[in-house]
Ligand binder design. Structure first.
Ligand code: FMN
Length: 231
């Protein structure tokens, strides 16, 4: 095949990775070491994500030291406590795992499993072989929506690509943000400068057990509008 020939995509494999990359918590292998080379491979894939104005101001802090992981896990647990008590500003948005839906609502039916799985991660976070904290240079929490979207949009796609690339290598991770309630403390711990924003924390480990499945989601028709909101 010449260099400029179109490489056929294996659509089934691509869709499989896209639809089965879950936030894995109870099936993280806490015993098996994760090779640094695989983390670097996945990070290299993530660097192909879009980046506003080609700034590439993304930064990734890979944490493997036991003491740092233990301190982060402590702060994560403290943050989870505040979250569960409705003491974080996120509660005002309604985006919380404790939100009640009608009994027939899929999200209500999935809630108990989420609480169990979330609790497990909370207890065991310090045991994960690797944590990755994607960051972006600058602070923008007081800026307008254009600026915020441009900045978040320059780190969150790379973060998702990273999860996908890990998954393709049979490594599991989970998207988490609770530690950000103590962002400053964690920045101080890891030497992250004050003008850098943390975006997430991905615990990374080998996946235990069999394959992962596509999740049940609200139906497409409920969440998609054509040409006009609500139609
Ligand atoms: C912005 C964001 C923040 C999240 N924060 C946490 C978190 O702090 N802890 C956690 O256990 N899961 C967290 N999750 C994972 C969600 O609970 C998970 O994506 C959701 O339950 C759907 O499950 P799935 O990712 O396996 O499809 C977060 C996900 C997103 C997108």
């Amino acid at each position: 095949m010449s260099n400029d020939a179109v490489r056929p995509l294996d659509l089934a494999s691509v869709d499989h990775v896209l639809t089965t990359t879950r936030s894995v918590r109870q099936r993280l292998d806490l015993e098996r070491k994760v090779p640094e080379a695989l983390i670097k491979e996945a990070l290299n894939v993530a660097l192909q994500a879009p980046t506003g104005a080609n700034t590439q101001t993304w930064r990734f802090v890979v944490v493997t030291e036991a003491a740092a992981k233990a301190r982060i896990a402590d702060l994560y647990r403290q943050a989870a406590g505040l979250y569960v008590e409705g003491k974080t500003s996120l509660s005002r948005t309604g985006v919380t795992m404790l939100r009640e839906y009608a009994a027939t609502d899929l999200r209500q039916q999935q809630r108990e499993a989420l609480i169990k799985s979330g609790g497990y991660l909370m207890e065991h976070l310090q045991e994960v072989p690797v944590m990755i904290i994607p960051c972006i240079e600058s602070r923008f929490e007081h800026e307008d929506v254009f600026t915020q979207a441009s900045m978040w949009g320059s780190i969150l796609p790379a973060t998702w690509s990273l999860m996908l690339a890990l998954r393709a290598r049979r490594l599991a991770s989970a998207w988490t943000t609770l530690h950000l309630i103590f962002e400053q403390e964690i920045s101080a711990l890891l030497g992250i400068p004050a003008d850098v924003t943390q975006a997430a924390l991905l615990p990374v480990a080998w996946l235990k057990g069999g394959d992962l499945k596509a999740a049940k989601r609200l139906p497409l028709e409920e969440v998609t509008y054509w040409n006009r909101w609500g139609s």
